[in-house]
Design a protein around this ligand. Structure first.
Ligand code: FES
Length: 235
C-alpha cells in the first residue's frame, strides 16, 4: 500500500514538472505578443509603406464653415463692427480735445464787457477790466473835444486825428496800457490834460495820443460798440 502511494506521488510530481514549462512558455509568448503590439503602435518603419492608423489626419470637416459665403458675411460683420468702434473712439477723442481747448465760461464772460454809460458823469474817467487789461472810458466835455481837435495832426509822433479814435466824440474808450513798456498811466495828469505814465514820463493828451516821453505810439483803441443809447459793449 505504501509503495502504491509513493508511486502515485512520483507520478503527480512528474506531471507537474512537465506542465510548468508549458505554462511558462504560454505566459512568455503572451508578454512578447503584447510587447510586439505596443512597439508596432509607437514605431513607424520607413520601409513599410503601409499607413498606420495613428498617422491619419483627423477629419474636422464638420467643424469648418459652410462655405465662402458665410466667411464673407463674418468678415463684413467684423470689419463693420471694428469700423463703428473706431469711429466712436475717434469722435469722443476729438470731442474731448475740443471741449478742453475751447474757452471756459469765465473766459467767454470776459470776452465782452457791457458798461452802463449813464453811470459816468461828464468830465470823469472810469477804468474797467477787460480780458485782464485796464480800459479807460472818458466822458469828455465839449471843451475837451475841442481841445483834441485843435491839435495839428502832422506834428504828432503817431499822427492820428481825434475823429479816427472815437465813435462818439464825447466817449473816449482806449486801453490803459502805456505803449512804452506797459505801465498803467494816471488819468487827468501830465502836460497835455490827458494821461501821464509815471514809469518813464510819457504824456498823453485828451485823445490818448502820445505827446511827450519815450512811448512810441498812441494808447490803443479796443473793439467796442454802442448797441443802444447809454450802453457800451467792449470786445
Ligand atoms: S512804461 Fe510808460 S513811459 Fe515807460
Amino acid at each position: 500500500m505504501a509503495t502504491l502511494a509513493t508511486a502515485s506521488r512520483l507520478a503527480l510530481r512528474s506531471a507537474a514538472s512537465i506542465k510548468a514549462p508549458a505554462v511558462r512558455a504560454l505566459s512568455s509568448t503572451a508578454v512578447r505578443g503584447s510587447d510586439a503590439s505596443a512597439s508596432a503602435s509607437s514605431y513607424t518603419s520607413p520601409f513599410k509603406g503601409t499607413e498606420q492608423k495613428g498617422n491619419k489626419i483627423p477629419d474636422f470637416g464638420k467643424y469648418m464653415s459652410g462655405g465662402e459665403g458665410s466667411n464673407k458675411v463674418f468678415q463684413y460683420f467684423m470689419v463693420g463692427t471694428m469700423g463703428a468702434l473706431t469711429a466712436a473712439g475717434a469722435k469722443s477723442t476729438v470731442q474731448e480735445f475740443l471741449v478742453n481747448m475751447s474757452a471756459s465760461a469765465d473766459v467767454l464772460a470776459m470776452a465782452k464787457v457791457e458798461v452802463d454809460l449813464n453811470a459816468i458823469p461828464e468830465g470823469k474817467n472810469v477804468i474797467i477790466k477787460w480780458r485782464g487789461k485796464p480800459v479807460f472810458i472818458r466822458h469828455r466835455t465839449q471843451s475837451e473835444i475841442d481841445q483834441a481837435n485843435k491839435v495839428n495832426v502832422a506834428s504828432l509822433r503817431d499822427p492820428q486825428a481825434d475823429e479816427e479814435r472815437v465813435k462818439q466824440p464825447e466817449w473816449l474808450v482806449m486801453l490803459g496800457v502805456c505803449t512804452h513798456l506797459g505801465c498803467v498811466p494816471i488819468g487827468e495828469a501830465g502836460d497835455f490834460g490827458g494821461w501821464f505814465c509815471p514809469c518813464h514820463g510819457s504824456h498823453y493828451d485828451i485823445s490818448g495820443r502820445i505827446r511827450k516821453g519815450p512811448a512810441p505810439l498812441n494808447l490803443e483803441i479796443p473793439e467796442y460798440d454802442f448797441p443802444e443809447e447809454g450802453k457800451l459793449i467792449i470786445g
